[in-house]
Ligand binder design. Structure first.
Ligand code: SAM
Ligand code: SF4
Length: 470
């Protein structure tokens, strides 16, 4: 069960790409007019509710199994610049004082985490995301890292990744993160074209980005990811191709190619982007297809719906071995059973369910300063939810659901999923197959993966507002 389209199998690749151009059939299946979740969790965050909160968080944390390392996510919700396209939970700041005050509160939350977690817990993964973690000074990075590692030391095989905005980064910050153990970095590029950059409020030269990548490598960071976005304002195929070539020249180990999610009703700053300047659905499809081909032709493996990785990268290896996972940061080879999110708006995933901290930074600060957790809402996973969560994650990662494996783990709870497989095999005939207990999205149907996954989502109300499926 592999997620990979190996470039060595050129017949498979050309088959895949040829079928991807069957626009009429994809249109009929809803590719260009359906809005569906990105399924970084199931159920998705809009379905979390206030009945699951602080008591669950404390109990789920204190009863973690210490024989298995956990993942920790630290959210830094501040940026020196506020890019108009960005849908992340963050706010612009002009001075460092709100950041310093926030780190103080984060340290209190880390101390609460240390007091509650079972003794002996180890850290398998650590991720700093945002916002822009590189807004932190080297001193703040050192202080945070000392507190985190005092609360939970790294496991032998740990990975520590940081999201890096090259315009808010320097050698001293990279050195501080490396001192703390950073061994993966993710750099935001989006697009290198000046007109596109002006339209998304995010100027960033190629030279600065190249210097940041070089600095990371010079400081011994072995793995660099680059984030790109297609479907941006004034971004045509030429702009996109040029950005892909420039990104390739930086020799990244991984690339994430996200479709621009235009959700101005949620991310108010996107109201700065005129809808007339956005490429249409067919143009977006062509962009995704072209960039995928360029990355595949350069020797990268295609991972899931929107990532690319060198064949020797651990993401490719995980995909080959059927161990690819999907979490709030996208695709990962993280196999930790729990992901604990600290900081405003962070989401935790425990075997029993999800919990999200207060999204508003002021509310988060108030709770933690009052000595309480900031867990605001969540979702407790019953067996019926867990089996759907597993099926949707398997589809997003491997394009395949194995009903026998679900039956072995969930017994009769797998029955409704099997019924969905039968129903969806009819709805998406030609794009999927359901044979011998295996539901598979065929290469021609891969652009429809999120739409097909939504067919297994018991909460997916047709009028719910999500981003475009392509
Ligand atoms: C926390 S942000 C970026 C980290 C860092 N602050 C930077 O700008 O380089 C993580 C990534 O989310 C993606 N992203 C943000 N808003 C998006 C949107 N509206 N649609 C698609 N991708 C988006 C971008 O690729 C971005 O690099
Ligand atoms: S893309 Fe990065 S720098 Fe720009 S607003 Fe979003 S988090 Fe901040």
């Amino acid at each position: 069960m592999s997620t990979l389209i190996s470039i060595k199998d050129s017949r498979f690749i050309s088959d895949y790409l040829a079928k991807m151009t069957d626009l009429n059939a994809l249109t009929t299946a809803g590719l260009f007019d359906k809005n569906v979740p990105r399924y970084t969790s199931y159920p998705t965050a809009p379905h979390f509710h206030a009945d699951v909160g602080r008591p669950n968080f404390a109990f789920w944390l204190e009863t973690l199994d210490i024989s298995k390392p956990v993942s920790l996510y630290i959210h830094i919700p501040f940026c020196e610049r506020l890019c108009w396209f960005c849908a992340c939970r963050t706010q612009g700041v002009t001075t460092l004082s709100p950041v310093v005050a926030y780190v103080d509160v984060l340290l209190k939350e880390i101390a609460m985490f240390k007091k509650t977690r079972p003794e002996g817990l180890k850290l398998g993964r650590l991720h700093f995301g945002g916002g822009s973690p590189t807004i932190l000074t080297p001193e703040l990075i050192d202080t945070l890292m000392a507190a985190i590692l005092d609360a939970t030391p790294f496991d032998e095989d740990y990975e520590f990744s940081v999201e890096i905005d090259p315009t808010a980064c320097n050698d001293a910050k990279i050195e501080a993160f490396v001192r703390g153990g950073m061994n993966r970095a993710s750099i935001g590029v989006q697009d290198f074209n000046p007109k596109v950059q002006a339209a998304i409020g995010r100027p960033q030269t190629y030279e600065l980005t190249r210097d940041t990548v070089e600095s990371l490598r010079r400081h011994g960071v072995p793995s660099v990811n680059i984030d790109m976005v297609y479907g941006l304002p004034f971004q045509g195929l030429d702009e996109l191709k040029n950005t892909v070539e420039l990104v390739q020249s930086l020799n990244p180990d991984r690339v994430a190619l996200f479709g621009y999610a235009h959700v101005p009703w949620m991310a108010k700053r996107q109201q700065m982007i005129s809808e007339d300047s956005l490429p249409g659905a067919h143009a977006r499809f062509e962009q995704a297809e072209t960039a995928a081909k360029m990355f595949a032709d350069s020797g990268m493996e295609i991972i899931g719906i929107d990532h690319f990785a060198k064949p020797e990268d651990s993401l490719s290896i995980a995909a080959r071995n059927g161990h690819l996972r999907r979490n709030f940061q996208g695709y990962t080879d993280d196999r930790c059973v729990a992901l604990i999110g600290l900081g405003a708006s962070s989401i935790s995933r425990f075997p029993q369910g999800y919990i999200q901290n207060n999204a508003a930074t002021t509310n988060y600060i108030q709770s933690i300063n009052a000595g309480d957790w900031s867990a605001a809402k969540g979702f407790s996973l019953g067996m019926a939810d867990q089996v759907r969560a597993r099926a949707i994650e398997a589809l997003m990662c491997d394009f395949e659901v194995d009903i026998e494996a679900l039956k072995a783990d969930f017994g009769d709870f797998a029955k409704p999923v099997r019924a969905d497989c039968k129903r969806l095999a009819k709805t998406y005939r030609g794009f999927v197959e359901f044979k011998k207990g295996h539901f598979r999205i065929l290469p021609a149907g891969r652009p429809l993966t999120r739409i097909i996954a939504a067919g297994f989502d018991a909460f997916n109300a047709p009028n719910h507002r999500h981003s475009s499926a392509i």
